[in-house]
Design a protein around this ligand. Structure first.
Ligand code: CAA
Length: 258
């Protein structure tokens, strides 16, 4: 499928998706969000893809929803159009891991999009924020909920109420990102992490993603039970036999996703 607002490169079982609207700092308009939902859905179905890296440019991962496109919309337009609701649900429904590789601005919908991925690696020039309050609105694709779960109420509330940005060091301290790397190393590091994931048993990878995500959806007791059942179920796979045999035989495992 050809896209106009992003590029997709597939190599070594990793799909690298780059948002590409440089004229608007990758602001998320309806075309970009539709194409992104299509691209990740396609990658999810593609047997040549085991992990997805989502990135933007060196200056901006994405500077938020496209303000020009939104500015004239009415309540009825955004309510009936469910602005970006369907697309973000399609992105979070992807079963393969998605790593957000963030350089520069990840603001508003851009920060929310990064948080909807499975983890965030960021460059040392990254800036995160939910500045929608400056536009007379609030976050609309999960920011009030996800940022609060990532960094706690106090910091999330301050960011949503004041619109201030968080730099990379603060984002790492607060637990918003898994790691900060020098800007020039962002893509190589993200691809290296993705390749590491691609080498694992993809059944275990899918189970790990599901189980960690359960932590956001349910109680501790239910989540622990869900994890326990998934852990137990993995003993029905050939990959569990192979992984443990390889360890005992001091060799690399050859997973076959069975
Ligand atoms: N929507 C549309 N266009 C945008 C944009 C956005 N969110 N962010 C930047 N642009 C455009 C600018 O209009 C500008 O275009 P022109 O050259 O045609 O004027 C171009 O990108 C470059 O931007 P700046 O000149 O402003 O660049 P800068 O380096 O001076 O500032 C910035 C960078 C601090 C990110 C600034 O662009 C900015 O504050 N952007 C808006 C951030 C924002 O408010 N995001 C939240 C959007 S609402 C939202 O996301 C709702 C939701 O949750 C779904």
């Amino acid at each position: 499928m050809a896209f106009q607002t992003l590029t997709v490169e597939i190599d070594d079982y990793v799909a690298l998706i780059r948002l590409n609207r440089p004229e608007a700092l990758n602001a998320l308009n309806s075309q970009l969000m539709g194409e992104l939902a299509d691209a990740v859905t396609e990658a999810d179905r593609n047997e040549k893809v085991r992990c997805i890296v989502l990135t933007g440019s060196e200056k901006a991962f994405a500077a938020g929803a496209d303000i020009k496109e939104m500015s004239e919309k009415s309540f009825v337009d955004v309510y009936t159009g469910n602005i970006f609701g369907e697309e973000i649900d399609r992105i979070t429904a992807v079963r393969k891991p998605i790593i957000a590789a963030v350089a520069g601005y990840a603001l508003g919908g851009g920060c929310e999009l990064a948080m909807a991925c499975d983890f965030i690696l960021c460059a040392d020039n990254a800036k995160f924020g939910q500045p929608e309050i400056n536009l007379g609105v609030i976050a609309g694709i999960g920011g009030t909920q996800r940022l609060t779960r990532f960094v706690g109420k106090s910091k999330s509330m301050e960011m949503h109420l004041t619109g201030r940005f968080m730099d990379a060091a603060e984002a790492e301290r607060a637990g918003l990102v898994s790691r900060v790397v020098p800007a020039a190393k962002l893509i190589p590091e993200a691809l290296a992490a993705a390749k590491k994931i691609a080498e694992k048993s993809q059944i275990a990878v899918a189970a790990a993603k599901e189980a960690v995500n359960r932590a956001y959806e349910t109680t501790l007791r239910e989540g622990v039970l869900f994890e326990r059942r998934s852990f137990q179920a993995l003993f029905a796979t050939e990959d569990q036999k192979e992984g443990m045999a390889a360890f005992l035989e001091k060799r690399e495992p050859q997973f076959r996703d069975r």
